[in-house]
Design a protein around this ligand. Structure first.
Ligand code: PXP
Length: 256
């Protein structure tokens, strides 16, 4: 668990389910992965129940809620089916994401501004049930202001474009995408929104983004599960926690 004031690490275990589903059985079990992540210091578990159930299944969500003992962040499209499931499951938080069947992963941010009329009653229903609502958006003024106007408590800023830029060899700290994230985090926090970030993060990008003082939580999946093949899940969660702590400490002037 993170110390008070430390950035929380949410571990996304979707891709444990991807491997399980490749053979259609029950192994490897995403709930066991969540329990291991908890033992290694994760602060929360994120799982995306997609409309096509390509990785996480309904039963996984029920078990993640009852068998892990960490806050569950239910990532989902804002459809009637998913809202009904969330109201039944009562996770700690729901992160509303855009979803297209043909995409490999969540490719862009939610158009909170364009879809405001559709989102408003759904956000109200979740909040009415005591579920915290997070909107996964691009770090754009229009989307941040829409999230605020809709009454979401949290925005999760999409770090995918920045991380891809870095994979293409860009200078991660100095590029425009990073500046966009920095400004977005400042703007969202000034409006009173809790700021999370995620998508495509690895040790290096997590350490850098942990330097933004507004960031309260990072949600990380694919890299951790991929690295766990080589190093083990316990080791990679601990190493990610350390990278985040280092980035945060450097920003606070606690290390050179
Ligand atoms: N946050 C959100 C809202 C996401 O959609 C995803 C991907 O499922 C993640 C975080 C984790 O991204 P990654 O698996 O690339 O670390």
């Amino acid at each position: 668990m993170a110390a008070p004031g430390a950035i929380r690490l949410g571990v996304n275990i979707d891709h444990v389910a991807t491997v399980r589903n490749a053979r259609g059985g029950v192994h490897p079990d995403p709930v066991r992965a969540a329990q291991m992540a908890k033992a290694a210091g994760a602060d929360g578990i994120t799982a995306h129940l997609r409309e096509d159930r390509r990785h996480i299944r309904d039963g996984d969500m029920v078990r993640l809620r009852s068998e892990v003992g960490l806050p569950l962040n239910f990532e989902m499209a804002a459809t009637d089916e998913m809202i009904a499931m969330a109201l039944d499951l009562r996770p700690h938080a729901c992160c509303l994401v855009p979803e297209r069947r043909e995409e490999r992963t969540t490719e862009g941010g939610l158009d909170a501004a364009g879809l405001a009329a559709d989102l408003a009653p759904r956000i109200d229903a979740l909040k009415g049930a005591g579920i915290r609502v997070s909107l996964f958006i691009a770090a754009e003024t229009r989307q941040i202001e829409a999230a605020h106007a809709l009454g979401a408590q949290i925005v999760e800023l999409h770090t995918g474009a920045w991380c891809e830029h870095r994979l293409a060899g860009g200078d991660i700290a100095a590029d425009g995408e990073f500046r966009r994230l920095m400004k977005g985090a400042q703007h969202a926090a000034a409006l009173g929104l809790e700021v999370h970030a995620g998508h495509g993060l690895d040790y290096e990008t997590a350490e850098l983004i942990a330097g933004l003082p507004q960031v309260a939580e990072l949600n990380i999946g694919h890299f951790l599960i991929g690295e766990a093949i080589f190093e083990g899940l316990d080791a990679v969660v601990r190493r990610m926690r350390a990278a985040i702590a280092k980035g945060q400490a450097r920003a606070l002037g606690q290390v050179a």
